[in-house]
Ligand binder design. Structure first.
Ligand SMILES: *Cc1c(COP(=O)(O)O)cnc(C)c1O
Length: 394
């Protein structure tokens, strides 16, 4: 009998040979500036826990308290089993925080994109999509059956050209961009994109996964950053990054939200967020509304780290956010760099194809408000040492 799965062995070997095999490390500690990684203490430069909320005492306490009151699970999907007042409150608080009329939560940012895109466009429509948009936008777009037209990365002039040439061939059109691009740390020119979308009567959607809790006043996100309140039709977000928890959100026009209650498939066919997740998110919002301290610390840390890395001679690409790519080129070099950093007590992952283009492999450093200056200095020292050993810097 032949093994019908031999092809998987071959594919996996190809990944190993190309330095593209994901080796997942095991954590024996909560998220924070320092972790226990595969049994060893390491400085954490990997997580999206931008504000240190994933293990914040108030957030943890809120989750515990809610479990005492509501238990753990939501029971079923919200349309069938009813929806807990806790979930209703989170929808409302997210809308308030983001300064929009309405919001609806999903299980994750990924399912939010799976839900909202096919609810807005179908076979007769077109999606104008930044060429570097996140995988969940690409998958949600494919699922919708709409024609996908890619425009050059962050290029509003190219978007305009594409709309000019193709807009009239379709019933509706939807322009979608990531807010902050997670692999480069650059920010979409949403003000310019808005002007173009408006001229062509296209719906505008931004996925603010890496902007929430990071950009804008007190972390209110990219729409606030560009002062575009009321002008972006759909804002997708996640609570798995700066909020430190798990869950997705679609915020914006109340008509879109009402439509998603009826036609957002992950909302209709997959259960709601769990009780501790919802309670933790509510507390995270409360913390952000009380003070800008954590967001300010995040930016101060990021500015310091990036400036020092440049001074050491590293190429940190075009990042303007706390996401700090350290450009290395070929994937095997990035993997070796990551291994040697780990030996020096620093946990920072190499990222290669298909997450980033071939030949653009990198280490991606995620700076957090949880880091102290000492932590950052230790990280810089490790980067300097490994960078010199491997001939990346002089
Ligand atoms: C991380 C990310 C997501 C997925 O969010 P989850 O809540 O982790 O599923 C979606 N879109 C973008 C742009 C992201 O960076």
């Amino acid at each position: 009998m032949t093994d019908k799965l031999t092809w998987i062995d071959e594919e996996l070997q190809n990944l190993r040979d190309g330095g593209l095999y994901n080796k997942i490390r095991t954590l024996g500690s909560p998220q924070g500036a320092w972790l226990v990684v595969d049994g060893a203490k390491a400085l954490n430069f990997c997580s999206n826990n931008y504000l240190g909320l994933a293990n914040h005492p108030r957030v943890v306490a809120a989750a515990k308290k809610a479990m005492g009151q509501y238990g753990v699970g939501p029971g079923a999907v919200r349309t069938i089993a009813g929806t807990m007042d806790l979930h209703v409150k989170l929808d409302k608080r997210l809308a308030e925080f983001k300064g929009v009329e309405s919001a609806i939560t999903f299980q994750s940012g990924f399912t939010a994109n799976m839900g909202v895109i096919p609810a807005l466009v179908g076979k007769e429509d077109a999606i104008f999509s930044d060429e570097l948009n996140h995988a969940s936008i690409i998958d949600g777009s494919r699922l919708s059956g709409a024609t996908i037209i890619r425009y050059a990365h962050c290029n509003a002039a190219d978007l305009e050209k594409q709309l000019q040439e193709q807009r009239t061939d379709f019933r509706r059109s939807l322009v979608i961009s990531d807010g902050v691009f997670s692999m480069d740390g650059d920010v979409a020119p949403l003000d310019k994109i808005y002007e173009v979308a408006k001229d062509f009567d296209a719906l505008l959607m931004v996925d603010d996964a890496h902007g929430e809790g990071v950009l804008g006043r007190g972390g209110r996100g990219i729409v606030d950053h560009f002062d575009l309140h009321g002008k972006v039709d759909v804002e997708v977000g996640t609570m798995s990054k700066a909020f430190g928890v798990m869950g997705g959100v679609v915020a914006g026009n109340p008509k879109v939200v009402e439509w998603l209650h009826q036609r957002g498939r992950p909302f209709l066919f997959s259960s709601a967020m769990t009780v501790p997740d919802v309670a933790a998110c509510l507390e995270a919002i409360a913390i952000l509304e009380e003070s800008t301290e954590l967001v300010d610390k995040l930016w101060a840390n990021a500015d310091y780290f990036k400036a020092e890395m440049k001074y050491l001679g590293f190429d940190t690409g075009k990042s303007v956010t706390p996401i700090t790519p350290v450009m290395l080129g070929e994937a095997p070099l990035a993997q070796q760099f990551s291994r040697e950093l780990f030996e020096a007590g620093v946990f920072a992952m190499a990222i290669g194809f298909p997450t980033v283009p071939r030949g653009k492999a990198r280490i991606r450093v995620m700076i957090s408000a949880a880091h102290s200056k000492d932590d950052l200095d230790q990280g810089l020292e490790a980067f300097a040492k490994v960078g010199r050993t491997l001939g990346v810097i002089a």
